[in-house]
Ligand binder design. Structure first.
Ligand code: 6GU
Length: 227
C-alpha cells in the first residue's frame, strides 16, 4: 500500500522477478489513493497539536485494509516501515518468509495517524520495522529492501540454498561478516589472490576464511563479536 505504486516496478527484475514468474510468490501493489473519495484524492492532513509537515489520514488505510483482508483465510502480517521501528534483521526476515501474506504500509510525510496501527493490531499482527538509524522520505525504498531480504529466503527462490547459510548475518556463520572472495585472474593490476586459496588444502582455506571473517568483524562490527 503506497501513494507511489511505481516504486515497486523493480520487483519484476532479477531474483524476485524470476520468483514471481515461477509462481513462488504473488505480489500486489495497491495505490492508497484508490480508497479516497474527494476530488483531490487526499491522503494527508495537518497534525493535531501543531508542528511541521502533514500526517497521513486514517480513513483510506482503513478502507484499504477492509478491501485487502476480505476473503483471506488467514490475516496478513502488516509491516510498517518506519525509522522509529524495531531494527529489521535476518532473523526477522526468516520469520516473515514463513507467513502466508505480508502487507506493507508505506507512509510518507511525517507519518501515519497512530490509530491506523492501533486499529490494524485488532485485525492482524503489526510489525513496525526500521532499516537503520537514518531517515528515508517514505516507506517504499525500505519495503523494497525488506521484500528482497524476505523473498530470497522462500524455498526454491535461490538456486543453491547453501549460499544462504554461508553469508553474513545468517545462523551458520555465528554472526561474523563474510570473508573476502576472489576469482580469476590470479593477478590483477598488481594485486594477487592470497596464496592459500590455490593450495587445495580445504582445512587451511576454511581456517584462513574464518580468520579473515573475525578480523573484518572486529574492524567493522565489533558489536557482533562475543565478549
Ligand atoms: Cl523502515 N522507513 C523510513 N521511512 N525511513 C527509514 C527506515 C524505514 N529505516 C531507516 N530509515
Amino acid at each position: 500500500m503506497s501513494i507511489f505504486p511505481d516504486y515497486f516496478a523493480p520487483l519484476h527484475l532479477s531474483l524476485v522477478g524470476k520468483a514471481l514468474g515461477k509462481g513462488l510468490l504473488e505480489l500486489g501493489v495497491h495505490d492508497l489513493r484508490q480508497w479516497t473519495h474527494d476530488r483531490h484524492n487526499t491522503v494527508d492532513d495537518t497534525p493535531y497539536g501543531g508542528g511541521a509537515g502533514m500526517v497521513m489520514k486514517p480513513e483510506p488505510w482503513g478502507e484499504c485494509f477492509d478491501a485487502l483482508l476480505d476473503g483471506l483465510e488467514e490475516p496478513p502480517v502488516l509491516v510498517v516501515p518506519t525509522p522509529s521501528g524495531i531494527p529489521f534483521s535476518q532473523p526477522i526476515a526468516y520469520e516473515l518468509s514463513e507467513k502466508s501474506h505480508l502487507l506493507f504500509a508505506c507512509g510518507r510525510y511525517e507519518g501515519i495517524d497512530r490509530r491506523v496501527m492501533e486499529h490494524a493490531a485488532t485485525r492482524m499482527e503489526v510489525r513496525e520495522l526500521s532499516l537503520g538509524d537514518y531517515v528515508l522520505n517514505g516507506g517504499e525504498v525500505a519495503t523494497l529492501a525488506m521484500v528482497e531480504a524476505v523473498v530470497r529466503l522462500i524455498p526454491g527462490v535461490i538456486g543453491n540454498p547453501e549460499s544462504l547459510t554461508e553469508e553474513s548475518h545468517s545462523d551458520g556463520q555465528d554472526q561474523l561478516l563474510e570473508y573476502p572472495v576472489y576469482t580469476k585472474p590470479p593477478s590483477w593490476r598488481g594485486l594477487d589472490v592470497p596464496e592459500v586459496l590455490f593450495s587445495g588444502h580445504h582445512a587451511r582455506i576454511a581456517e584462513w576464511r574464518r580468520e579473515q571473517a573475525v578480523e573484518l568483524t572486529r574492524l567493522r562490527r565489533p558489536d557482533l563479536l562475543p565478549e
